[in-house]
Design a protein around this ligand. Structure first.
Ligand code: PFF
Length: 449
């Protein structure tokens, strides 16, 4: 067996699910669901995941497997992308830019896990704890270094012995932990109010903002438009059923997001009667430690929760790292080992600037955005929709949908073929343009999503 291939279908599924299930599921999904009407958001999200999300996942994976090219730059070149060739570079740039800031946040998670582990959870309850932690120039950098070092070590082991093995162990553990915490938080007095809020369908929220927010979340959550699926598709065996693998990945990603909502929304309701539940980023690092502290056995719940978040962040960061290794190998024409070294320096170096952006470099701001916000904005709001749009245009106008369909059929029947053909031809590109325009207008504060 080739070294850089997954050894089994389940290995592929777990590795891609590991990439998909990340901070986006656990931290971003619940607050979006709370903000956009609970059950209404869930319905819109699931409908879009099964249609547009599915279409783009299949497209990128099939391109990877068809070309055998681990980097989007090479895949686009092999497909004779012509004028669209820049799309390969955009798809490559996204994981390169996401990894450092994702790792900086991974470091924060590691720090919180460490504090629970060492019995220091009481300190986390102070409302200004998080603020003073990130304003310290040294500590976040140390935890970033540790997080990046763990990613580096896993990548050193390669695709089969590193990523595949890690995902096969951590993903099932992650699901068990998620079921455990959501089950436990439901027993807290007052939690049922939150469950009602989370699951009830509120018709007034069926609107364009909900659709745009759900679409944006689907792209981020399923790691679409970032070259990841092209990389992992190239490691996939021709015999492995592509369609059902993608289906399983979607189910896992949505299940964990749903469970994250179940752990967080009811717990926050029980704690504060619904205040703060849609409070965005501060939810995980400020509100949740307070919520845990108010529960019986809160220290254990907090410990398990941050372990879960750490696993989710780690598997996502490692897959970003792997995509980047393929890109760096291609661009600099160097081997895997050297690429891994270079990426460690890059991730730690830029990640450090992100961390310092909250203290000594806090004067570096563009339009009020910190370095982290800038990287997040450029990657998710601009490059990601453009990268995904290029892939759709490449399929429809250059490669042709027939070829992608044929690639899926190499390994199995294509049950959702008609749906796929329709969506990729007529719906995917307009949807991506809507996302791109909405994100830009939202960042200019012309609309709010
Ligand atoms: N899908 C991840 C999440 O939901 O947190 C984020 C992510 C990971 C995006 C890996 C892109 C990626 F390559």
């Amino acid at each position: 067996m080739e070294k850089n291939k997954f050894s089994s279908r389940i290995g592929f599924v777990m590795a891609v699910a590991g990439s998909a299930v990340g901070l986006g599921n656990i931290w971003r999904f619940p607050y979006l669901a709370a903000k956009y009407g609970g059950g209404t958001f869930l319905i819109v999200y699931i409908a879009l995941a099964l249609t547009i999300g599915f279409t783009l996942l299949v497209s990128e994976t099939a391109i990877g497997r068809m070309t055998g090219a681990p980097s989007p730059i090479k895949a686009y070149r092999q497909l004779k992308a012509g004028k669209l060739r820049f799309g390969g570079y955009i798809n490559a740039l996204v994981p390169i830019l996401i990894l450092p800031y994702y790792s900086a946040i991974g470091g924060w998670v590691l720090k919180y896990f460490y504090e629970y582990l060492t019995g220091n959870s009481q300190a986390l309850v102070a409302p200004d704890y998080f603020g003073s932690f990130i304003s310290n120039p040294l500590q976040p950098v140390i935890f970033l270094m540790a997080f990046t070092g763990i990613c580096y070590a896993i990548i050193t082991q390669g695709v089969k012995d590193g990523i595949e093995k890690m995902s096969l162990i951590l993903m099932p553990v992650l699901i068990v932990l998620a079921v455990f915490i959501s089950g436990y938080t439901l027993t807290t007095p007052g939690a049922m109010e939150g469950v009602k809020y989370y699951l009830s369908i509120k018709p007034e929220y069926f609107n364009i903002s909900t659709v745009v927010a759900a679409l944006g979340q689907i792209f981020y959550s399923l790691s679409i438009g970032m070259g990841i699926l092209i990389t992992f598709g190239s490691y996939m065996d021709k015999k492995d059923d592509l369609e059902s693998s993608i289906g399983q990945i979607e189910i896992m990603d949505t299940l964990i997001a749903f469970l994250a909502g179940m752990m967080i929304i009811p717990a926050v309701f029980a704690f504060s009667n619904g205040a703060n539940v849609a409070a965005g980023p501060s939810l995980m690092f400020i509100t949740l430690p307070q919520v845990f502290a108010s529960m019986a056995f809160g220290n254990i719940v907090g410990l398990v929760f941050f372990l879960l978040v750490f696993f989710a962040a780690l598997t996502s960061a490692v897959s970003l790292y792997e995509a980047n290794v393929a890109i760096v190998e291609e661009v600099f024409q160097i081997g895997r080992k050297k690429a891994n070294h270079m990426l460690f320096v890059w991730t730690f170096g830029i990640g450090m600037l992100v961390a310092l952006g909250f203290n000594v470099l806090s004067f570096v701001q563009v339009a009020g955005m910190s370095i982290l916000d800038m990287l997040d904005f450029v990657t998710n709001s601009i490059f990601m929709p453009i990268g995904a749009l290029c892939t759709v245009l490449l399929i429809v106008f250059v490669v042709k949908t027939d070829k992608i369909v044929a690639e899926v059929k190499v390994s199995s029947k294509f049950i959702r073929e008609k749906v796929y053909r329709f969506l990729v031809k007529y719906i995917a590109a307009p949807a991506l343009i809507v996302i791109l325009v909405s994100f830009i207008l939202a960042s200019l504060k012309i609309i709010s999503i």
